[in-house]
Ligand binder design. Structure first.
Ligand code: C2E
Ligand code: CA
Ligand code: CA
Ligand code: CA
Length: 279
């Protein structure tokens, strides 16, 4: 609705109202959706850029709304974050992802690392560490097969506290990565004190690789920075062969994107891994 204001004020107002109304409807629905089992996870493969091997998956939440159909997380995660619902929803995501990963291992699929998104409010929850431990204990998943993706927003709120909590998570044997790297405002000097293993290049810098020398400079700088800090680097939103070649030639380690696969329901992901293609 942002672009609409310029020449049609009437329409702009109507859109604004609709979106506030939509927010209220979704917010109302969020409360019961968890109890009613309306959320599910899809899983997007992460691929080693040099060997082509799938080494992990990112869990992404979807809301099957009884009236509005499938709703993507960009429309409800911010609401869940504002309302505090994210703590309960995030706990469900964490537990479901760990249980699913353990189920794949039990089915004989080569072990994968599962990445779970943790938003700032969820990361601040004083019980986060216990919640992660409980998700591992209850699923029987070994900690080395779990990674938390946090954004720079987590770090911005209270640097020292964030670093201490990250260290607790690391001490459990769970990995951490910085998501959407380059879009937030985190100091580069702080980066070296984070007990993380991976930086994820945001898809906004990947989109124009091969077309924009500015984005190419940013992407290759992030790769260089990560490697100098002894971190791995993954690019998200890889859609074209051209983007993949650029990343590979510039030393990026891993990729994720529609070029290899969209996020998939669990059975389709298992099929992709066992037969090499999704049914
Ligand atoms: P994100 O963590 O940066 O996830 C990447 C998003 O890019 C996902 O959107 C994914 O489906 C999409 N994507 C993957 N490959 C491509 C590609 O090649 N091209 C393009 N254009 N997009 C691609 P999705 O699933 O809609 O999730 C959006 C955001 O919602 C995520 O961004 C994340 O911030 C948040 N989110 C999703 N699931 C969860 C969750 O369980 N918990 C929390 N706290 N946040 C979540
Ligand atoms: Ca992510
Ligand atoms: Ca991103
Ligand atoms: Ca994001």
């Amino acid at each position: 609705a942002k672009e609409l204001g310029k020449n049609n004020c009437q329409f702009y107002t109507r859109e604004m109202n609709a979106s506030i109304e939509e927010k209220l409807v979704l917010l109302e629905g969020l409360r019961s959706a968890l109890d009613d089992g309306q959320f599910r996870l899809v899983y997007q493969p992460k691929v080693d850029l040099h060997t082509g091997r799938v080494f992990g998956v990112e869990a992404l939440v979807r809301w099957d709304h009884p009236e509005h159909g499938v709703i993507g997380p960009d429309r409800f995660i911010p609401l869940a974050e504002e309302s505090g619902m994210i703590v309960a929803l995030g706990d469900w995501v964490l537990r479901s992802a760990c249980a699913q990963n353990r189920a794949w291992q039990d089915a004989g699929i080569a072990p994968l690392r599962i990445s779970v998104n943790v938003s700032p409010r969820q990361f601040e929850d004083p019980q986060l560490v216990q919640r992660v431990q409980r998700a591992l204990d209850d699923s029987g998943l070994a900690p080395e097969w779990l990674e938390l993706e946090v954004t720079e927003g987590v770090i911005m709120r209270d640097l020292q506290q964030a670093v201490a909590k990250m260290a607790e998570v690391r001490a459990m044997g769970v990995s951490l990565s910085i998501d959407d790297f380059g879009t937030g405002y985190s100091s580069l000097s702080a980066l070296k004190s984070f007990p993380i293993s991976t930086l994820k290049i945001d898809k906004s810098f990947v989109r124009d690789l091969g077309r924009s020398s500015g984005d190419e400079a940013i992407a290759s700088s992030i790769i260089g920075l990560a490697h100098r800090l002894k971190l791995r680097v993954i690019a998200e939103g890889v859609e074209t062969e051209q983007q993949r070649s650029f990343l590979r030639e510039n030393g990026c380690d891993e990729m994720q994107g529609y070029l290899f696969s969209r996020p998939l329901p669990p059975q389709q992901l298992a099929a992709l891994l066992t037969t090499g293609s999704a049914p």
